[in-house]
Structure formats: structure tokens, C-alpha cells
Design a protein around this ligand. Structure first.
Ligand code: KG4
Ligand code: ZN
Length: 342
């Protein structure tokens, strides 16, 4: 089965063609960063308008690159949520239009399921059952995965997501939007032991996270005066170490509690080098394998939506009526696909 995948949930337009036999045939991404940068964050109306102008030409280009025509596409998968409703509507309505015109099924995909399954596109695909740490700009969740669509939420952030904490802290340090990756780059030049920042909720049992206090701690550590360049880097490194410590400790705790032998880490923050190193090391000590997406598929992309959509379309799932988009959408509400893996 060959699926066209469309991602428009936030500030990136992503398209891809995935074939369940031949793998990923082509993918393309357009980032809106320069569009939103002057405002210091995503402006939803601008995001929607940009998706409108970019999406159809990108679909034409990707199909040409994959050397497929409309008759070669068996289904269309688009991100239906969670995300910005106006932005999601663009992908959903274009998908519906193509579905009508080509007489093919469409399917609304859960953005986080796309992230969760993104490591399956790599050479080192995980084997279920596994534990998933989903760390994006909007979500931080630990999920037990018994198969596609068989998810149990073990813990999540009670306030800011890890990526959101990176972005907000970057802003505090004067870095331009979107700050997460820039903060991580700055941290490479800093001393992570320079500032003693809290490790939120590590002293409590359970698998939930809290990151909003960490941002306040950075604000206090920064103080009123101007920090020098090295102190900025030190503060960035100290912040990154606190987030990574917290994510790693809770993930290892979840592995111990569930006895799972495989761990998946995905979403924008899974691009973080320190997180990748620390989790790989901690898991190796337990004999657990850790799987990350390819770097380019850590952040939002169309390939993960095409992949997730293909799993469900191939199992006979499809939209029943007009596409529905959802700003909020708990992952655990998804219907299962196939058998539970034990
Ligand atoms: O998954 P994603 O592209 O979008 C959402 O679904 O939210 O994740 C974006 C998030 C942003 O908050 C960004 O700051 C963060 O991922 N991010 C990083 C890095 N690269 C992206 N955070 C830490 N280190 C990075 N290298
Ligand atoms: Zn995302």
C-alpha cells in the first residue's frame, strides 16, 4: 500500500510518500521559522495561510520525486490533531479534496502516534512491546506500547512540555525563536555544574513531570544584571542537564516498573544529543535497547504521518465522514491495530 502523508499541525509543512513494501519513497519539509521569528513564537493565522500556499505545490513536487501518479496512491493520511486547529484544517481539507478527486480513502492521524512510530522509519527499528518517551514542544509523556494503537499513559508533564521549557528558557537567555536547538548548541560551550538548578519531581514517586518551575529557577539564577557570554552558556548547560536528568531518571524508573526491554524516544527534544547519550547509557546498563528517529524525523515531518497512516489504512481504517480535526486528543483514545504484542 502506498500512502501520501501530510503534516500541517503547527509551523512546518511536511509531505511524504510511504510504501508498506518499499519504504519511504520521498519526503519534503518546509519550515515557517522565518515567518514567525519576528513575533518570537508561532502566529496561528500566519501558519494556516502559509500551509495553504505551500501544501499543494509540495504534494506535486513530492509525487514527481517519488515518480508516482494519482493512480499509484492508495490512501491519504493527514495530521488531524493535536495542534493548531486552523493549521490542521488545511491538511485535512486538502486531503479530503484529493480523496474525492482520486477516489481514495483518507485517514486523520494522531500527531503523537506519528512521532512515536517515527523510529520505525530508521535502520534500527524498535520491536514492540516497548516504552515510549514522547518529548515534543507540546507534550512530555511516558507511554507503554503494546502494539500500534495500544497505548497506556504512564506519566506526563503536569505543566510545560520539555520542548516548551527549552523554548521559554532560550527566550530568557535572549536566543531567537525557536530556541530549543539554539539553547542546546549554546549549552555545549557551558559548564553544566555552574548553576545548581532543581530536578523537578525526582524526589517524588510516580512518573509525572513538571518543568515550569525550572524556567523560574533559570530566571532567578540569571538575576537582574547582565550575564557574560560564558555565564549564558553555563546557565544553558545547567538547564539542559536538569531537564535531561529528569527525563532520564523517570524513563529508567518506568523501564524498571514495567520490565520492558525496549525503549523509544521521539519528538523534537529527542534530537538533543545529551538526552540521546544519557538515555542510551542508562538503558544499556539495564540491557534495554533505545531507539531514536533519524535526526531529521525527530521534529515534525510528513514521513512519520505517512508511516502511521499506512499502518492504519492497511488495516482497513479510514475516515468515516468529513475529516475532523482536534486541538486536543488523548493518545489513548486511538483504536488498536492488529494483535497485542507481549
Ligand atoms: O516535535 P516537534 O517538532 O513539534 C511538536 O510536536 O511540538 O518539537 C519541537 C520542540 C521545540 O520545543 C524545540 O525547541 C525542541 O523540540 N527541540 C529541541 C532540540 N531540537 C528541537 N530541544 C532540545 N534540544 C534540541 N536539540
Ligand atoms: Zn511534533
Amino acid at each position: 500500500m502506498r500512502v501520501l502523508g501530510i503534516e500541517t499541525s503547527c509551523d512546518e509543512t511536511g509531505v511524504a510518500v510511504y510504501d508498506t513494501r518499499d519504504g519511504l519513497l520521498a519526503h519534503a519539509l518546509h519550515s515557517q521559522i522565518p515567518l514567525h521569528a519576528p513575533y518570537g513564537g508561532v502566529v496561528p493565522e500566519l501558519a494556516s495561510r502559509d500551509h495553504v500556499s505551500k501544501l499543494v505545490p509540495m504534494i506535486e513536487a513530492i509525487m514527481a520525486e517519488a515518480d508516482v501518479g494519482r493512480a499509484d496512491i492508495d490512501g491519504i493520511a493527514y495530521t488531524a490533531g493535536p495542534g493548531l486547529v486552523g493549521a490542521l484544517m488545511v491538511g485535512a481539507t486538502v486531503s479530503q479534496g484529493l480523496g474525492f478527486a482520486w477516489d481514495r480513502p483518507t485517514l486523520g492521524v494522531h500527531h503523537l502516534e506519528g512521532h512515536l512510530l517515527a523510529p520505525m522509519l530508521g535502520p534500527d527499528a524498535p520491536v514492540m512491546p516497548c516504552l515510549a518517551l514522547l518529548v515534543s514542544g507540546g507534550h512530555t509523556q511516558l507511554v507503554e506500547v503494546a502494539g500500534v494503537g495500544r497505548y497506556t499513559l504512564l506519566g506526563e508533564s503536569l505543566d510545560d512540555a520539555a520542548g516548551e521549557a527549552f523554548d521559554k528558557t532560550a527566550k530568557l537567555l535572549g536566543l531567537p525563536y525557536p530556541g530549543g536547538a539554539a539553547l542546546a548548541a549554546l549549552a555545549e560551550r557551558g559548564d553544566s555544574g555552574a548553576f545548581a538548578l532543581p530536578r523537578p519531581m525526582l524526589d517524588r514517586p510516580g512518573l509525572d513531570f513538571s518543568f515550569s518551575g525550572l524556567k523560574t529557577a533559570v530566571l532567578l539564577a540569571r538575576g537582574e544584571g547582565e550575564l557574560g557570554e560564558q555565564q549564558h552558556a553555563d546557565l544553558a548547560a545547567s538547564f539542559q542537564a536538569a531537564v535531561v536528568d529528569t527525563l532520564v531518571t523517570k524513563t529508567l524508573r518506568a523501564l524498571d516498573a514495567t520490565g520492558l526491554r525496549c525503549c523509544v524516544v521521539s519528538g523534537g527534544v529527542s534530537a538533543n544529543t545529551r538526552l540521546r547519550e544519557a538515555l542510551t547509557e542508562g538503558a544499556r546498563a539495564r540491557g534495554v535497547t533505545v531507539h531514536f528517529p533519524r535526526m531529521e524525523f525527530c521534529t515534525d515531518n510528513g514521513a512519520m504521518i505517512a508511516y502511521a497512516g499506512a499502518q492504519r489504512l492497511a488495516a482497513g481504517q479510514a475516515d468515516a465522514g468529513s475529516p475532523q480535526v482536534r486541538a486536543r486528543w488523548p493518545l489513548v483514545e486511538l483504536p488498536p491495530v492488529g494483535e497485542e504484542v507481549r
